[in-house]
Design a binder for this molecule. Structure first.
Ligand SMILES: [Fe+2]
Length: 284
């Protein structure tokens, strides 16, 4: 396809664009890849509808936007029915075999978060491809962190400017074990407002799910400011809510946006393939 055949349709005032005229089952030329990267920086979230991707296609599409991040998974340990799951593709699913979820993050609602914020160098982006979706719910909400920063009232922004926040995340491996998963945790420190490596713009870089506290501040003051910041950053005006269809591929920028998941019926199947892009620099 030629660059000129790609149409970008804005999905909300601040975040998200659906790209039409892109077939990700075929390799893209350098000019098209460059155009897609520019659109990604502009819109933060890209939506490609109606893709019929093989796992190889997802890995190739991931490579358009950066370096595929390795996924820690014991060798030869695949969920039932996924003996051919390619390395570095993660299953996000509530489907259970013998009572054990075959994928990660199986059930229900998730609060707003930045993927891998608990890492020293968080992943720069995430790709998620819908294989099976429930009849309702399981939507993903994306919030533009630049717009939140740009409109933040001074009484919240000024005391947080230049500060570092600490983040914590407890997670469980659902690929083996008893279904409750093996608990693990990780922690990190990053700026409250991150300057994007490529655009140079500042964005809110804390979230309700993972951020513990702002350093060098009374805990009560930190809690008060963070709560006010979350309330502002999660306002519907900064958010695009994606209703998934089978064949949707989404890509989001973890450096300047956060996302959340709505609840969905536990008795219905939801299966997504996920890949992530390596972070290129420590957040500053
Ligand atoms: Fe996430």
């Amino acid at each position: 396809m030629a660059v000129t055949e790609i149409e970008a349709v804005r999905l909300s005032p601040h975040v998200g664009a659906e790209l039409r005229g892109v077939d990700l089952t075929r390799p893209l030329d350098a000019a098209t890849a460059e155009a897609l990267n520019a659109l990604w920086l502009e819109h933060l979230v890209l939506v490609f509808r109606g893709q019929s991707l093989a796992q190889e296609d997802l890995l190739r599409a991931t490579g358009i936007f950066g370096t595929l991040a390795p996924l820690a998974r014991p060798k030869d340990e695949y969920p039932k029915g996924y003996a051919k799951l390619l390395p570095n593709i993660m299953l996000i699913s509530n489907i259970r075999e013998d009572g054990v979820p075959i994928g990660a993050l199986p059930d229900g609602e998730m609060m707003f978060h930045h993927d891998m914020l608990h890492a020293e160098v968080p992943h720069k982006g995430t790709l998620l491809y819908a294989v099976e979706v429930p009849s309702r719910g399981g939507n993903t909400l994306f919030a533009n962190g630049y717009a939140a920063y740009d409109t933040l009232p001074a009484d919240i922004r000024e005391p947080l400017e230049g500060r570092i926040a600490r983040h914590h995340y407890h997670y469980g491996s659902t690929l083996k074990g008893d279904g409750r998963g093996t608990k693990a945790s990780a922690a990190s420190r990053h700026p409250v407002f991150r300057t994007h490596d490529e655009t140079g713009r500042k964005a809110v870089y804390v979230n309700r799910l993972m951020t513990e506290e702002v350093e060098g501040m009374e805990r009560a003051e930190s809690d008060r400011l963070l709560a006010a910041l979350y309330d502002h950053a999660e306002k519907p005006e900064f958010v695009y809510e994606h209703v998934w269809r089978v064949g949707d591929l989404l890509l989001w920028d973890n450096r300047c946006s956060m996302h959340a998941r709505t609840d969905f019926p536990g008795g219905e199947r939801r299966l997504m393939w996920r890949t992530t892009l390596e972070g290129e620099a420590r957040p500053r």
